[in-house]
Write a protein that binds this ligand. Structure first.
Ligand code: SAJ
Length: 413
């Protein structure tokens, strides 16, 4: 069967490669010509372990190719971005554009799957969009209109482990009809070894949002505990470690804020959908979003006692041991510190990059420095991301006792 994967990003491209490796004929569709060209050369435009070898193999065997226009296919998988629109609702315009491209190719009998993380109702919205353009088609096949099948199957893979988790994670498939869910299940069964659970589309949409909100609420709890503990003069990491020895307690870790493109975004889709009841979820977002500002206040208070302070800021990524700097609280903290402390020198340390992102490179008091040199020359050492390189370092050699240390990750307790 031919599968068209619309959107060749962090989810679409790995999914396309895995489907091709497991017997489907796959056409990847992307609006970006450079992405299409890269894939057709067997290259991957971003970093994800084991992805390039899969793409290169599938392309050289003729099982995967990419194009800028949507082709005819038996199955369509939509994996396009759903960023914020006004008022923290989701911007569905990418889904709508994908739906229009697909609608023009349908002949009846096809399966259309939405994989993008979506607010409740988005799968129905995508189907309505297709059917508005194609009144000769329907979801139930009544009135002599030919039938199409529409389902939602949210991705849940962790960046950095995508190629493993695509195969091993359990999956939720929510159909607009039962038949659609069953058809989608048989597609995912070609490569997914996890359990595939069937439900309706809105429950599937919510399940994905709820998983990330659960994590966000738990991290907000930890972040709130970090502020309470600081006031009480106790170590929040020790506190959480002790509490987690209880058989039914599992508190996550505090940090400088929550980053990435999922956990800091998805809860808002629930809030904007049912604002009158989503109080805890909204508050958790606000607690986590306030954390970078609280870190900055701490640094500014310490720096105020020094003349021309030098600050080593350790880590810019949104979480440990990745090179992804997008939506990163650490990066935001460094930029704002540079503005609030114009007389300070900020040594940014990020072992996973060779160049500072533009907004930091443009600031005259921020420079990219190697780890040891930055700590050696600094008055204040600010731990922002617990990369393995930092965790493994010898604290005595770093002479941390002679420095003011602000450790947002509990690495040097
Ligand atoms: N963080 C903390 N404390 C913790 C754990 C994480 O402050 O105890 C912070 C991290 O530093 C980071 C942010 O939270 O800034 C998010 O990191 P993460 O590792 O929790 O999650 P993501 O965004 O990389 O991936 C999540 C995953 N969702 C869940 O674990 C429920 C992944 O499975 C999803 O597929 C992904 O979101 C997605 O695409 O939605």
């Amino acid at each position: 069967q031919t599968v068209a994967v619309v959107g060749l990003g962090y989810i679409g491209l790995p999914t396309a490669a895995v489907l091709a490796m497991h017997g489907s004929h796959v056409i990847g569709v992307d609006v970006n010509q450079a992405t299409v060209d890269a894939v057709n050369r067997g290259e991957v435009p971003f970093v994800e372990p084991d992805l390039e070898i899969a793409v290169a193999g599938a392309v050289s065997q003729g099982r995967l190719k990419a194009d800028t226009t949507t082709p005819q296919a038996d199955v369509y998988i939509v994996a396009v971005p759903t960023p914020f629109a006004e008022g923290y609702a989701a911007d569905l315009s990418y889904i709508e554009a994908a739906a229009d491209g697909i609608a023009d190719q349908l002949t009846g009998g096809e399966l259309v799957i939405l994989e993008s993380t979506s607010p409740p109702g988005a799968t129905q919205h995508m189907a309505d969009r297709i059917l508005a353009r194609r009144p000769d088609l329907s979801l139930d096949g009544r009135d002599s209109r030919r039938q199409i099948h529409v389902a939602h199957c949210p991705e849940r893979v962790l960046p950095g482990r995508v190629m493993i988790e695509l195969i091993t994670n359990d999956r939720i498939v929510g159909g607009l009809t039962k038949k659609a869910a069953e058809l989608a299940k048989s597609l995912y069964q070609t490569f997914c070894q996890g359990e595939i659970m069937l439900t309706d589309a809105v429950t599937a949409e919510m399940a994905k949002l709820v998983e990330n909100s659960y994590r966000d609420v738990n991290i907000a709890f930890a972040n709130e505990l970090s502020l309470i503990s600081a006031k009480l003069g106790i170590d929040v990491w020790e506190l959480i470690e002790l509490a987690n020895h209880h058989p039914r307690v599992n508190i996550l870790q505090p940090g400088p804020g929550v980053g990435g493109h999922c956990i800091a975004v998805d809860p808002w889709f629930i809030v904007s959908s049912v604002p009158e009841h989503a109080n805890l979820i909204r508050t958790a977002r606000e607690v986590n979003d306030a954390k970078p500002g609280q870190v900055i206040e701490r640094v500014v208070a310490k720096a105020a006692r020094l003349k021309d302070p030098r600050i080593a800021a350790l880590g810019l990524a949104f979480k440990p041991d990745i090179d992804d700097l997008r939506e990163s609280p650490a990066r935001r903290i460094v930029a704002r510190l540079a503005d609030e402390l114009p007389d300070a020198e900020i040594y940014a340390v990020e072992p996973h990059i060779e160049q500072l992102p533009r907004e930091l490179a443009e600031r005259s008091n921020v420079s990219l420095m190697p780890f040891e040199a930055a700590v050696r020359d600094a008055d204040i050492v600010l731990m922002l991301v617990d990369h393995e390189t930092f965790r493994a370092a010898d604290r005595r050699k770093l002479k941390l006792r002679e420095k003011i240390v602000i450790d947002t990750r509990g690495v040097w307790r």
